[in-house]
Design a protein around this ligand. Sequence first.
Ligand SMILES: Cc1cc2nc3c(=O)[nH]c(=O)nc-3n(C[C@H](O)[C@H](O)[C@H](O)COP(=O)(O)O)c2cc1C
Length: 326
Amino acid sequence: MTDREKERAIRIALEAATWAPSVHNSQPWSFSITGDEIAVRADLERKLRYGDAMGRQQLISCGAALFNLIITLRCQGYEPVARILPDPDRPSLLATVRAGEPTDVDELTKALCDEVKRRRTHRAGFTDLPVPDRLVDGLVAQAAGEGARLTPVRSAVAVEVVAALTQAAQGVQSQDRVLNLEVIRWALPPGSSRTDGVPADAYPTEPARTTPYFPQRDYAWRHAWGNASDQSASTSSGVLTLLTTSGDTREEWIACGRALQRALLYASAHGVSAAFHTQALEMHHLREYLRQELCSGEYPQMIMRLGITFDDTTGIRRPLSDVLDA
Ligand SMILES: Cc1cc2nc3c(=O)[nH]c(=O)nc-3n(C[C@H](O)[C@H](O)[C@H](O)COP(=O)(O)O)c2cc1C
């Protein structure tokens, strides 16, 4: 393969990285290229100072971008060589990834790559169509492959508890002026030309209540924003899952982001979507309760519902020129 082919593969992989999910679509990353090596950095200007003071969700988001980068390089025929947090003196340098030796591309890699742009966050209930147990087992294996544990919550009582914690967190947060201002910064009015933040057509104006009730974040905040899709037939909460790590270090947050994205792409390849409810994880005592009571002492990093939906929304991302440092 020529240098020019490698350069092209690196650009395709960088473009794919930008399509990762991120908290409030803040896209809190930047990249640079030196030869055949890509540096992935946390963009501290884009960290949620209030809702994510420790930068945990930022690093999960960047970990998801890193996974897209890695899988896409492999899909382009180059074995990625990644170093995580390679320089203790530069903490915002999260990883370097080199496009290494030529490699064969397997079917699963291709299938995951195909979903990078297609996958979307869902923000409503799901249809009653079941998510097969075999698929859930597959998701558990995908997450484990990156060093995180995905656990389906099978007990109805435990699902009720997580829903109640989500309601409590959403209720408290909706009264918090500073937190609301932070969410509003990332909530886009209809017709906005911004390429970051949550667009008004990324959630229904009136999502039907799921049973049990998992409230959405309030991106519309007192406006009648949202898409007009009829959600009345979609009230299933789907399969509740918790993504956890054994510790709570920066390295584990990045691994969790990789695991999250690998599982999301695998789900998407099988027609399954995910809805996120991370409100309770932003409140220390609720997160600690979850850790002790429902996560066997592991640290909860993501709360997700998985299910089947027929939405067809498009996403927005900043162009590569905005995220690529000279
Ligand atoms: C760490 C993290 C936390 C998130 N928390 C929520 C959440 O609580 N509610 C929600 O609706 N979406 C949540 N999301 C999804 C993002 O809002 C979504 O990825 C982003 O808006 C981009 O949209 P897309 O995933 O459809 O491309 C979260 C994503 C990440 C990575």
